[in-house]
Design a protein around this ligand. Structure first.
Ligand code: ZN
Length: 215
């Protein structure tokens, strides 16, 4: 009986690991995508749904340093319709994923347009938007690493090449409401240096490619 104990325990653990196997590589730790707070079909930022075939991935960071402004809070806010916009065609800001040090929340299906990049421009018509959190206490490096994994998953899922992973800064913004040219936004602040792409951005792309090769 004493000798059998560890054996039974081992086989139980083995069964448990098999039945809860993550679809992601073993080295990715606790990486997962939480879709429990998606914006409901037909409501808020999905009251008018526009189909999309994603060809780009646009990286943002929230610039929201408030303590509680984590991924879950942003997902809840989208679901509740808190991110209103009086200048775009939808009436709400919306994006697909929000990432912080410990979680990824999905708000919109990959195949619906958001309003996160450039009003009626190609950035919104053809790209998946990812927001990285900057809330106080949130670890920047862990957030960037989790975002690289998510980006790799989306590249694989939609056959998007690395040269179509772009910073929000890539897209010129022509405001919907009055057609005013707002130029290019300095976003994602977390990955820019003096408002330019530099080594931080290159390191993020390298990490994304590293994870993409593991899929
Ligand atoms: Zn942005």
């Amino acid at each position: 009986m004493l000798a059998l104990g560890p054996l039974i325990l081992t086989s139980l653990l083995g069964w448990s690991q098999t039945s809860h196997r993550s679809p992601y590589p073993a080295g990715w730790g606790d990486f997962r995508i939480d879709d429990s707070l998606m914006v409901e079909t037909g409501s808020k930022a999905r009251h008018r749904m526009r189909r999309m075939r994603p060809k780009f991935i646009t990286i943002h960071s929230t610039a929201n340093k408030a303590k509680g402004a984590d991924a879950r809070t942003h997902a809840r806010g989208q679901r509740n319709g808190s991110f209103k916009s009086t200048h775009n065609s939808l009436g709400f800001l919306s994006w697909h994923f929000t990432v912080d040090q410990g979680s990824v929340y999905q708000s919109l299906p990959d195949t619906e347009q958001g309003q996160h990049a450039d009003y009626e421009g190609q950035g919104n018509r053809e790209s998946i938007g990812i927001e990285m959190c900057e809330n106080a206490g949130n670890d920047t490096n862990r957030t960037i690493d989790r975002t690289a994994k998510l980006t790799a998953v989306l590249m694989k899922r939609h056959r998007i090449p690395i040269d179509r992973v772009v910073p929000h800064q890539h897209w010129r913004r022509i405001r919907f409401a009055d057609k005013k040219d707002l130029g290019f936004k300095n976003c994602p602040g977390m990955l820019l240096e003096n408002n330019q792409l530099g080594s931080k951005w290159r390191r993020f792309l390298a990490a994304t490619q590293h994870y993409h090769r593991q899929l």
